[in-house]
Design a binder for this molecule. Structure first.
Ligand SMILES: NC(=O)c1ccc[n+]([C@@H]2O[C@H](COP(=O)([O-])OP(=O)(O)OC[C@H]3O[C@@H](n4cnc5c(N)ncnc54)[C@H](OP(=O)(O)O)[C@@H]3O)[C@@H](O)[C@H]2O)c1
Length: 304
């Protein structure tokens, strides 16, 4: 059976993907940063030559958007240069690579949803480094490299907006949430299923957008979480991004189009509200349910 190797397997998306692969009895080698630091070129080559996976999914990334503004070179090492090394190792071993990227490659100006082939134009250091990674994958693996952009992730593992709002709903008082940014809240489980569909099917090089259908604001999302938690949504109050004063500007419009799924003969993503309702209990509890425990074990280390 096709073997999968997951980098960044200790992160929010990586853990959920490993859980779903394991639940589907797919042989998977989950590698956390501790098991495989992507910036260690020799270790990356060694891991792939040893494991000989058919599919590699890169869930590892520098994801601290604000910190990247003052540490762009360090972020680029992980999100750009290391991705090129990984893509070359995939080419050398005949693996296909599914590389996870972000809506931050776009400038975020309001308009129609960004199609997969829209011209990128990142406004943040994080976005520039992620775009460098995308370009490396598409250049090194023109037949076997797929970039999967996602956005506004939440899931049962790690800190995320939906979990934080569920916790706030359980307390008292009001919470102020920005209502001037539009996007597509996306469950990690949905991205994982999309990655699994891409990894199992024929090679589909190029770009896919793995975000939920529809769109909303963080404010409306918070209100929906409060409703689901049985709390009064009037406790959520609108504010604007300027009030937060963060180092990296957030895109005002993070709405991505999904036409490529249809062209590839795959179903379009479900609406964000349907996904949130389905996933909420597991996310709020911070557990993926009875089938959900996957022990993260490495084992691809090479003798120095
Ligand atoms: N979260 C979102 O809303 C969102 C939105 C758009 C796109 N994405 C993309 O989705 C992907 C997964 O994000 P996520 O939310 O799961 O992020 P995450 O929870 O921060 O996970 C990223 C993982 O990468 C690991 N990592 C960092 N540097 C590494 C290195 N040099 N070598 C190996 N592993 C390294 C981290 O390990 P440590 O924790 O030990 O540092 C962490 O486990 C990323 O490509 C991200 O850009 C996420």
């Amino acid at each position: 059976m096709t073997r999968w190797l997951i980098t960044g397997a200790g992160g929010m998306l990586g853990r959920d993907l490993c859980r779903l692969l394991a639940a589907g009895h797919v042989p998977v080698l989950p590698l956390t940063r501790h098991d495989l630091d992507l910036t260690d070129e020799r270790a990356v080559g060694c891991a792939l030559h040893r494991a000989r996976p058919a599919v590699v999914v890169n869930c590892a990334a520098w994801t601290d958007v604000d910190a990247a503004e003052s540490a762009e070179e360090r972020a680029l090492r992980v999100n750009g240069e290391a991705v090129r090394v990984l893509a070359r190792a995939c080419a050398a071993t005949g693996a296909r690579l599914l590389h996870v990227s972000t809506d931050y490659v776009f400038p975020g100006h309001a308009g129609p949803p960004y199609p997969e082939d829209a011209e990128p134009g990142p406004r943040t250091a994080y976005g520039r480094t992620k775009l460098a990674g995308e370009r490396a994958v598409l250049a090194e693996l023109p037949r076997a490299g797929t970039v999967v952009r996602t956005a506004w992730l939440y899931g049962p593992y790690g800190r995320n907006f939906v979990r934080t709002m569920a916790e706030r709903a359980a307390g008292d008082g009001v919470v102020h949430v920005v209502d001037d940014q539009y996007g597509q809240p996306t469950a990690t489980a949905d991205v994982a299923r999309r990655l699994m569909a891409l990894g199992r099917g024929p090679l589909r090089p190029g770009v896919f957008h793995a975000t939920a259908g529809g769109h909303t604001t963080w404010y409306e999302l918070a209100r929906e979480v409060f409703r689901l938690a049985g709390a009064d949504p009037e406790r959520v109050r609108p504010t604007d991004s300027g009030a937060l004063g963060r180092p990296a500007p957030r895109p005002a419009w993070s709405v991505l189009g999904h036409d490529r799924w249809q062209t590839a003969g795959l179903p379009r993503p479900r609406h964000w509200r349907d996904a949130l309702h389905a996933e909420f209990a597991a996310v709020a509890a911070g557990t993926a349910g009875a089938d959900g425990t996957v022990s993260i074990q490495g084992g691809a280390s090479c003798a120095r």
